[in-house]
Design a protein around this ligand. Structure first.
Ligand code: FPP
Ligand code: MG
Ligand code: MG
Length: 381
């Protein structure tokens, strides 16, 4: 059943697990250079939502089979290593008896580190001045140091990943990193920030103009947008959900279901993000709003709006680069059913997410995973 009205709140179920997460990440990010340490830790001090680790921990709780391997003592194994990375045991506040394995906790931390690395780079690419209601890292420390801090985070995440000693999980998360880059690249090639058009762009345009109707062209743009959305957002959530199940010794069917849950929630999450870009305020969002059109990006609300307002198509094609385009597009979107249809699409992915895990035995963690889909739809930041 849908968990609406149920008292199980995903965050409350995991309360202390999430507090410990940030502390542990801080230990994983010690470096010989105090400024590097400061910048790498910068976004972790600013109240992130921890959606990705939350999902990893809930999937872990919901799927770990009783016959799973005993918790690997990751910390002991890690502190015995010769590297300078401080992986010493976490503070005594970690609950001793838990249904979440040490490797799954570490995976949750790795997931948040990879996500944060991508934000450091993304804010440079997007010229963002704020993130989580404070100046962005690039604004505060400059582009060069923000990029290097992102690289550092990624490197430390990779060390932690290697030490899980599970090649399937290493492959999943390594693929996430290339998916993030591909997703960001797909977006960049389509945005106002992309510089030179590909040499064959005219050929592509000529070919498509001759063979495709306007509605086919919009459908193709929507497909491209959803593929990009999977790569830049859903892949991390889907593959880390699968990795959590794998670490817990789950069956292939359960690992597939975890992946499907993550993929569907991830797509819904980004659709809502693209919706909020139109509907919320910068104060509430903690990051710039009305940013996508200015960046030249046509997200779901605009692509839907263009179906009923075809005059949007040329603006989309030129990435809203002409004087007044951004305002015109915004007005047309608000005058269309684009926002409503985007919300409906996000809702349908949430339904699919809940369906994906419907055969799992009832548990508080399963209910929390269902409730999390409601939180994704109602979030304001
Ligand atoms: C935020 O999107 C950005 C991402 C979800 C992914 C960014 C990926 C890269 C920069 C590739 C490099 C990856 C790594 C791991 C170093 P957004 O700009 O739409 O959202 P925002 O409003 O939060 O900025
Ligand atoms: Mg951005
Ligand atoms: Mg971006």
């Amino acid at each position: 059943e849908r968990a609406n009205g149920s008292v199980i709140n995903p965050r409350e179920l995991l309360g202390s697990d999430l507090t410990v997460l940030t502390e542990t990440i801080r230990r994983l990010l010690g470096s010989g250079h105090p400024v590097l340490t400061t910048i790498s830790n910068y976004y972790f001090h600013a109240g992130g939502k921890h959606v990705r680790p939350l999902i990893v921990l809930l999937i872990s709780k919901a799927t770990t089979s009783p016959s799973a391997p005993p918790p690997t003592d990751v910390d002991t194994a890690l502190s015995a290593a010769t590297s300078s990375v401080d992986f010493s045991p976490a503070s005594a506040s970690v609950p001793a008896a838990s249904d979440i394995l040490a490797t799954q906790r570490r995976l949750a931390e790795i997931t948040e580190m990879i996500h944060t690395a991508s934000l450091l780079h993304d804010d440079v690419i997007d010229l963002a001045e704020t993130r989580r209601a404070q100046p962005s890292a690039n604004e505060e420390f400059g582009n060069k140091m923000a990029v290097l801090a992102g690289d550092f985070l990624l490197a430390r995440a990779s060390v932690a990943l290697a030490r899980l000693q599970n090649t399937e999980v290493v492959e999943l998360l390594a693929t996430v990193i290339s998916d993030l880059v591909e997703g960001e690249f797909m977006q960049l090639r389509n945005s106002a920030l992309a510089t030179a058009p590909p040499a064959t762009a005219w050929l592509h345009r000529a070919a498509t103009a001759a063979t495709t109707s306007p509605s086919d062209a919009l459908a193709a743009k929507f497909d491209y947008y959803m593929q990009k959305t999977y790569l830049k957002t859903a892949s991390l959530i889907a593959k880390s959900a699968r990795a959590a199940a794998v670490l817990g010794g789950a069956s292939p069917e359960i690992a597939d279901a975890a992946y499907a849950y993550g993929r569907n929630v991830g797509l819904a999450f980004q659709l809502v993000d693209d919706l909020l870009d139109f509907t919320t305020t910068a104060d509430e969002f903690g990051k710039p709003v009305n940013a996508d059109l200015s960046l030249g990006l046509a997200t779901a609300p605009v692509l839907y709006a263009a179906e009923t307002h075809p005059e949007l198509v040329p603006l989309i094609e030129r990435n809203f680069s002409a004087e007044g385009d951004v305002q015109t597009a915004r007005t047309l979107v608000l005058d269309s059913d684009g926002l409503q249809r985007t919300r409906l699409l996000a809702e349908s992915y949430c339904v699919l997410a809940v369906d994906s895990i419907s055969s799992w035995p009832a548990s508080p963690a399963k209910t929390a995973l269902a409730n999390l889909t409601d939180a994704v739809l109602t979030r304001k930041k």
